[in-house]
Design a protein around this ligand. Structure first.
Ligand code: GTP
Ligand code: MG
Length: 354
């Protein structure tokens, strides 16, 4: 899963990226500052940690998210930046950084400006496609024409929404309609996490400022959260003991990186299940509503192909039972078939034939 970090120049994109766990300076030196830099960040999951402690396995493997930090001054407005938009189209979600650490910044202005930067390239794609549709409509055989006409109606809807400054994710689209436009990789279709980059002085006002942004930017699949970018970046460089102490003294709460990664998962509608063997306990991310057989395929294609059934127990029941022995004795381990819908926190033991 990849998330692209965008924002106005000097909003603190790189600072937030470093706070999440990247090391932009190091990577950027290698690419001469032209490419977006990539950070792979583990999702801290207390449930996984509890399972690892219980089973004392050699390895404990969390799920991860990749963040792309785009360099320099914004995107989309200059020719050389068109390449960034192309890269940005391939990510699963956006993280918009709004500067809120100095008097000169107004996060509400910033979100409006960035939003426009995202709307315009989308509008261009929709208009281009509409233009190409017209001659096709004239010459297409009747059967195909119906299909094209439906696409035209849909694209007209997208165009008028975008022209009014609405993101595509604010439209109520059917699954078929979403499928029809998936290939366009529209930027305003992507789930969006808005991060307010606050100064320490503003931290106490995080909720108030977030509400203000939310009131002008209330859309589906959009989350607004606050973060002390600079401070979190500095803390990220301390030892775990030092940083825990520091966080407590400053009443900073849960580490910013963990919050960002978790919000990213939630925004994408991902849930987690766990698998374990003698060597490792491992977390997996899947979309909500995934069937057991498809979840098995995430672990290994052989497991999906030869899927027989799966043993299921919620992680907290397994931990409370101190392992499978007692859990089985109390009948807590269920047997489920291929169509079982995997729940967040399930521990699966998948039985399959080779
Ligand atoms: N005081 C304070 N300064 C910050 C904070 N976040 C960023 N800065 C400063 O703002 C400047 C820009 O930060 P960057 O993180 O490089 O911003 P950016 O969005 O990556 O900038 P570009 O990539 O050049 O568009 C730097 O000098 C940072 O030190 C913050 O939370 N507090
Ligand atoms: Mg930067």
């Amino acid at each position: 899963m990849q998330i692209g970090i965008v924002g106005l120049p000097f909003a603190g994109k790189t600072t937030v990226f470093n706070a999440i766990g990247g090391n932009a300076t190091e990577q950027r030196q290698q690419t001469h500052g032209l490419e977006p830099t990539l950070a792979t960040v583990d999702l801290h999951d207390a449930r996984l940690e509890a399972l690892c402690t219980l089973f004392e396995t050699e390895q404990c493997i969390p799920t991860e998210v990749q963040y792309l930090d785009f360099p320099g001054a914004g995107f989309g407005r200059q020719e050389k930046e068109a390449a960034w938009v192309a890269t940005l189209r391939t990510v699963d979600a956006l993280l918009i950084v709004l500067g809120a650490f100095s008097e000169a910044q107004d996060p509400v202005d910033e979100i409006e400006s960035i939003h426009l930067d995202l709307v315009l390239p989308d509008l261009q794609i929709v208009e281009n496609r509409l233009q190409r549709l017209l001659p096709q409509l004239r010459t297409a055989p009747a059967a195909e024409r119906q299909h094209l006409e439906r696409e035209q109606i849909l694209l007209d809807r997208l165009r008028s929404a975008l022209e009014q400054g609405m993101p595509v994710r604010a439209l109520e689209l059917t699954a078929d309609e979403e499928q029809a436009i998936r290939g366009f990789q529209l930027l305003t279709m992507k789930p969006t996490l808005v991060v307010l980059n606050l100064s320490e002085a503003q931290w106490g006002r995080a909720t108030e400022i977030a509400d203000r942004v939310q009131s002008t930017y209330a859309h589906p699949r959009t989350t607004v959260m606050g973060l002390c970018g600079q401070l979190e970046m500095e803390i990220a460089q301390l030892s775990p003991e030092e940083s825990a102490l520091f966080r407590e003294e400053m009443s900073l709460g849960e580490p910013g990186a963990a919050r960002v990664v978790r919000e990213s998962h939630t925004l994408l509608g991902l849930i987690h299940f766990f698998t374990l063997n003698e060597k490792e306990v491992r977390a997996w991310a899947i979309p909500q509503g995934t069937r057991a057989q498809d979840a098995a395929g995430k672990v290994h294609t052989d497991m999906a192909r030869g899927f027989v059934r799966t043993e299921v127990i919620p992680w907290e029941q397994l931990v409370a039972s101190h392992g499978y022995g007692d859990a089985r004795k109390h009948g807590l381990v269920r047997q489920e078939g291929r169509d079982y819908v995997v729940q967040d926190g399930d521990v699966l033991y998948i039985l399959f034939t080779r």
